[in-house]
Design a protein around this ligand. Structure first.
Ligand code: NAD
Length: 319
C-alpha cells in the first residue's frame, strides 16, 4: 500500500522503516491539519499520531483524495472524527496496547520525583547547594494511591505500586479480578478519591471523562494530595487545578499530558517558547512537574508500536 506518514519526529521514520512489511512509505515532517491534508492525495492510507487533527472536514478531504484507511500509531483516538470515518467506510485502526509498562513507569517516575523533590535537588546541586532544606518527602510504603482507570496501563501501574507496599484503591466501570486478587479495593469515584495521598489518572478521555478532575471533585481530595495525569490532558480542568494548588488543597501535580498540548508540545520543535498562559502559571509552582507527553517514549514501546502498526496495515490490505 502507498502510505502517507505524518510525523514531526525523525524517530518514526527510523522505527517504521525497520519494521516495514513491504509498503511504500512517504514521510511528511508536519502534523496533519487543514493546511497539510493535501499531501495525502493519491495515497491509500495515512499513518498518524495523537497530534494530528483528523476532524470531520479533514476526513472528507482524505476520502476524496483516495484514502481508504487511517492507522494511528497510538492508543487514544480522541483526535479522530470516528463517526465521519464510519459513514465514509474508512476503518480507523490503532495500537490499543503497547508496552503499558512504559507509561506506568513514567507515572511512577513523576510520583517519585515530586515526592522526593529530585527536580529541586537536581537544580540546587548544579548551583553547589547540597542543603536538605524543603526536600523532605514521604515513604510510598503504606501510603494510599487511587487509580482511576485500570486497563492495560492502570494494571501495570498497580502491579508496580504493590512492590512499593502501597495501599491501592481503584475506580473503573469494569473492575479487574486480577487486581482484586492483588488486594486492590474498588469503589465509587468519590470513595476512591476520598482519602488518597496520590491520585493517578489512567482512563481514556471521552465525553463523560472530560474534566473528571474539576472544582467539585478536587474538593473530595485529601488536603495536600498528589495528582498524576499521564493519560489525556482534557481529563483535568486546568484552571480548577491551579486554584487548588494555590490553596494547598492539591499538594503536588505531575502531568505528562496537558489540555492544550496540540498547540504546545507538538507546535514547533525548533522553538522552545511557551505560548500558553496556563502552563506558564502551572510551572511557576515548585510542586508541579510537567513532561512532554513522553510516557510512551521507550525503545521497547516504539518497536511494538511499529510492529502493531504494520500488523494493522497488513490485516487491512489482506481484507
Ligand atoms: P485501556 O483501554 O486499556 O484502559 C482504560 C481503562 O479505563 C479501562 O479499564 C476502562 O474501563 C476505564 N475507564 C473508562 N471510562 C472510565 C471512567 N469514566 N472512569 C474510570 N475508568 C474508566 O487504556 P490504556 O492502554 O490503559 O491507556 C489509558 C490511557 O492512557 C489512554 O486512553 C491514553 O489516553 C493514555 N496514554 C498515554 C500515553 C502517554 O504517552 N502518556 C501513552 C499511551 C496511552
Amino acid at each position: 500500500m502507498k502510505i502517507a506518514v505524518f510525523s514531526t519526529y525523525r524517530y518514526d521514520e527510523e522505527f517504521l522503516s525497520r519494521f516495514n512489511t513491504g509498503h511504500e512509505l512517504s514521510f511528511f515532517t508536519v502534523a496533519l491539519t487543514e493546511e497539510t491534508v493535501k499531501l495525502a492525495e493519491g495515497f491509500d492510507a495515512i499513518c498518524i499520531f495523537v497530534n494530528d487533527r483528523v476532524d470531520s472536514e479533514i476526513i472528507k478531504t482524505l476520502h476524496k483524495g483516495g484514502i481508504k484507511l487511517i492507522v494511528l500509531r497510538c492508543a487514544g483516538f480522541n483526535n479522530v472524527a470516528i463517526e465521519t470515518a464510519n459513514e465514509l467506510g474508512i476503518p480507523v485502526l490503532r495500537v490499543p496496547a503497547y508496552s503499558p509498562e512504559a507509561v506506568a513507569e513514567h507515572a511512577i517516575a513523576l510520583i517519585l520525583t515530586l515526592n522526593r523533590k529530585t527536580h529541586k535537588a537536581y537544580n540546587r546541586i548544579r548551583e553547589g547547594n547540597f542543603s536538605l532544606e524543603k526536600l523532605m518527602g514521604f515513604n510510598l510504603h503504606r501510603h494510599k494511591v487511587a487509580v482511576i482507570g485500570t486497563g492495560n496501563i492502570g494494571k501495570a501501574f498497580c502491579r508496580i505500586l504493590k512492590g512499593f507496599g502501597c495501599l491501592i484503591s481503584a475506580y473503573d466501570p469494569y473492575p479487574s479480578t486480577e487486581l482484586q486478587d492483588l488486594g486492590v479495593k474498588y469503589g465509587t469515584l468519590q470513595e476512591t478519591l476520598n482519602d488518597a495521598d496520590i491520585v493517578a489518572l489512567h482512563c481514556p478521555l471521552t465525553e463523560t471523562t472530560k474534566h473528571l478532575i474539576n472544582k467539585e471533585t478536587l474538593k473530595l481530595f485529601k488536603e495536600g494530595a498528589m495528582l498524576i495525569n499521564t493519560s489525556r490532558g482534557g481529563l483535568i480542568d486546568t484552571k480548577a487545578v491551579i486554584k487548588a494548588l494555590k490553596t494547598g488543597q492539591l499538594g503536588y501535580l505531575g502531568l505528562d499530558v496537558y489540555e492544550q498540548e496540540s498547540t504546545l508540545f507538538f507546535h514547533d520543535h525548533s522553538e522552545n517558547v511557551i505560548q500558553d498562559d496556563l502552563i506558564t502559571r502551572l510551572i511557576s509552582f515548585p510542586n508541579v512537574l510537567i513532561t512532554s507527553h513522553q510516557g510512551f517514549f521507550t525503545k521497547e514501546a516504539m518497536e511494538e508500536i511499529a510492529q502493531i502498526t504494520f500488523k494493522n496495515i497488513d490485516a487491512f490490505s489482506k481484507g
